[in-house]
Design a protein. Structure first.
Lengths: 387, 333
């Protein structure tokens, strides 16, 4: 069967390699990993069937899950569970609650740029349309697979890094830095990957129109006091910093300053709460293994203070306490300093399961079951739209 | 930085030059010799002078053969054309002394560094030219045998991949390496160190030299020296040699860009990268000021199927292939 490599499947290999400073050791590691091929999955070409083994594995997973759910006392009403849990959960610090967004207004607009009252200048040269933002479902924090509300306007911001090729940030590299930045934005434009890109000189480019969805968040989850958002391309704006995790100068001071004024403008325009300004690593999930951190850009060191936000790594990770996702040691290493939000999410799950009289493992299975129901409903809906 | 097999050697066997790379503390050390020789009439006096001056040479069939870097000087003095053991990136089948001369040059270069038992040598081989099989098997097998005879443990590496190993560590050895040498331009696209596409085109430095020589009536060797000494792009040239060089350089770059586009477009299993990838130009033919800019301009005019983040010149274009071969040898150890 003809197969082509799924290159983004080797994220783990890339990440590990990036931690090896010595070029020879790094090459040795990569050659060994790539030769073994254990990390590089392949997918069948379009039109071919999935491998039977994979289907069997999927089936056994479903059977296992059903069996697990069947033998534990499933809460009759998750609302009741959450009502109990409300008394037990760790309260979110007041500083993280929705606060008043700064007031920023458009001062001047030409065909090529926009100027805002806080000094933000947005370059529109590369702006492109994508599919218009759909109404996105909002699910209850209290359970259920049916949405309880719909949203139309962006409710948050997901921060990314472009994870692209970088030149040293030095004066003599000016031409190269500009060239790399320009090529990067062209590429982002082709993929409709983010709404905004901030290059290394701090220039802000609008790539995808704010009225449209950008392909930035993939399989992702976040929650606020209003409810739970699943797959954030429609509900959150994507802002990406030209940079690479682990690079010496991950982002420049100019980028941080630009990130601050851009965040202010977007928060002002859409009334976005600070708690919904989060990093890709905080929202990204992998439904295959039910772990968080499928993508780990900004898994650590995001300059929350620099962009005028509280330390949002302290917010409990929604995918963990709402849908029972877990994490592994690789993800923990990527975070550098363990987030307080991981501990708080774990504490929530532990207390919720205690309130239900379930083992944590059993309670997680219930939450995961809910996620799978929602994910499959969303998939069906999306396929209907495609038809 | 310490590695098993610290004594490994990277060997770039190019049409124009042979370069050896070795590890020296935390750095790399290079030695290079012209992959060329010149035959001069035998006389005892000449032989004595060469011995006294420690100029590498051999005596055979009533001739003194000076090889390596000194051959250029003698060719200039005697107004003779240098002979080359290789052409078009591989051993020249029409040159009867090709293998013997390469052996002599290598022996000179290895002298003083006696091979330890099973000392690893990673040597470069070109990729197959687009649309042709060529004599690569013979070339590679012969070099392998030669190195084995010299008591080394040889492994081969594609020339374009060596550029990737030398220059693209920062992108985890993902990107496009291009070596513009004397006989061939070698191209390799690698993903996380794995070569995905590699090919060569037979237009490179020699093509420019011989084409310009045929138009101007100059010797190809003299054209090469002019090219290496004073040619640059985007300039106005009053003399014919520079103007002709500009024409053929442009032709070579266009051919390379077209081949890149064709090869990448034709490849059915071209992977989709999750970010733009870098491209590095290397080799002596890429040295003239303005080469990179000209290449980039022509590439951007094409609808190239892979998004490129950056096109840059290698840090040390004359040595990067050998360095990549050494990095490969060290990582094998």
């Amino acid at each position: 069967m003809a197969q082509i490599p799924i290159l983004d499947a080797s994220v783990w290999v890339e990440r590990q390699a990036g931690r090896i400073a010595d070029p020879v050791d790094r090459l040795r590691f990569l050659r060994r990993e790539m030769r073994q091929g254990t990390r590089l999955r392949t997918r069948p070409r379009q039109g071919t069937q999935p491998r039977p083994k994979h289907r069997w594995r999927q089936a056994s997973l479903v059977v296992g899950l059903i069996a697990m759910v069947a033998i534990v006392p499933v809460p009759t009403g998750t609302a009741e569970t959450f009502a109990k849990e409300e008394r037990l959960v760790v309260p979110i610090p007041k500083a993280l609650l929705a606060d008043l967004a700064p007031r920023v207004w458009l001062v001047d607009k030409s065909g090529a740029s926009e100027l805002y009252s806080n000094g933000l200048r947005i370059d529109l040269t590369f702006t492109v349309a994508n599919r218009p933002r759909s109404r996105f479902p909002i699910f209850s924090l209290a359970g259920g697979a049916e949405p309880v509300d719909e949203g139309r306007q962006p409710v948050g911001i997901v921060y990314h890094t472009t994870e692209s090729n970088l030149a040293p940030f030095e004066e003599e590299e000016n031409h190269r830095l500009q060239r790399i930045g320009r090529n990067l934005i062209e590429w982002v434009r082709q993929g409709r990957s983010y709404h905004y890109v901030i290059d290394r000189f701090g220039r802000v480019y609008r790539v995808v129109e704010e009225s449209d969805a950008a392909n930035h968040a993939g399989t992702s989850i976040w929650a606020d006091s209003r409810g739970v958002y699943v797959n954030l391309n429609d509900s959150f704006l994507g802002v990406s910093f030209e940079g690479r995790t682990g690079a010496v100068d991950e982002v420049t001071p100019a980028q941080v300053a630009a990130g601050k004024v851009l965040t202010e403008m977007l928060r002002s325009r859409y009334g976005i709460a600070t708690e919904n300004c989060v990093t890709h690593a905080q929202v990204s999930v992998n439904p295959q293994n039910m772990r968080i951190g499928e993508h780990t850009d900004w898994a650590g060191k995001f300059p929350f203070a620099g962009v005028g936000l509280p330390d949002n790594y302290s917010i409990p990770v929604a995918s963990m306490y709402v849908f029972g996702f877990d994490y592994d040691s690789v993800f923990l290493r990527a975070t550098g300093t363990r987030w307080r939000g991981l501990d708080l999410a774990e504490l929530r799950v532990a207390r919720q399961s205690a309130a239900e009289g379930l083992e944590t493992r059993q309670y997680r299975a219930v939450l995961q079951h809910r996620y799978k129901d929602i994910a499959s409903a969303l998939k069906e809906k999306s396929e209907e739209v495609m038809k | 930085m310490s590695h098993a097999g610290q004594n490994a050697i990277g060997l770039d066997v190019g049409t124009s030059r042979i370069v050896i790379a070795r590890r020296a503390e935390d750095d790399f050390r290079f030695e290079s010799q012209l992959n060329a020789f010149v035959a001069i009439p035998y006389s005892k006096i000449t032989e004595g002078v060469l011995e006294r001056e420690k100029i590498p040479h051999t005596v055979q069939l009533g001739q003194i053969i000076v090889h390596g870097n000194e051959s250029e000087k003698f060719a200039g003095l005697l107004n003779a054309e240098m002979r080359r053991p290789m052409t078009g990136g591989v051993l020249d089948a029409k040159e009867p002394d090709s293998l013997g001369m390469i052996r002599e040059i290598l022996t000179t270069m290895f002298a003083g560094h006696r091979a330890e038992k099973r000392q690893k040598v990673c040597f470069t081989v070109p990729a197959a030219p687009l649309g042709a099989g060529g004599s690569l098997t013979y070339h590679e097998a012969t070099l392998r045998q030669l190195l084995t005879d010299l008591n080394y443990e040889p492994v081969s590496i594609n020339e374009g991949l060596a550029i990737v190993y030398s220059e693209l560590e920062s992108s985890n050895y993902t990107g496009i390496g291009i070596s513009c040498g004397g006989g061939l331009c070698n191209v390799c696209l690698a993903y996380l160190s794995v070569p995905i596409i590699s090919f060569s085109i037979p237009k490179a430095g020699d093509y420019i030299d011989t084409s310009a020589a045929s138009v101007t009536g100059e010797r190809a060797n003299r054209i090469r020296l002019t090219k290496e000494d004073s040619f640059h792009f985007n300039g106005f040239f009053a003399d014919k040699v520079h103007q002709v060089l500009g024409v053929y350089y442009d032709d070579m770059i266009r051919s390379l860009v077209t081949a890149l586009k064709d090869a990448f477009t034709r490849t059915s299993n071209l992977p989709t990268f999750n970010r733009p990838i870098p491209m590095v130009l290397s080799g002596g033919t890429a040295l003239p000021p303005g080469f990179r800019d000209r290449f980039e301009k022509l590439l951007w005019e094409q609808d190239f199927p892979v998004t490129v983040s950056d096109i840059r010149l290698a840090q040390d274009p004359l040595h990067s292939t050998a360095k990549g071969a050494l990095v490969c040898a060290l990582s094998d150890s």
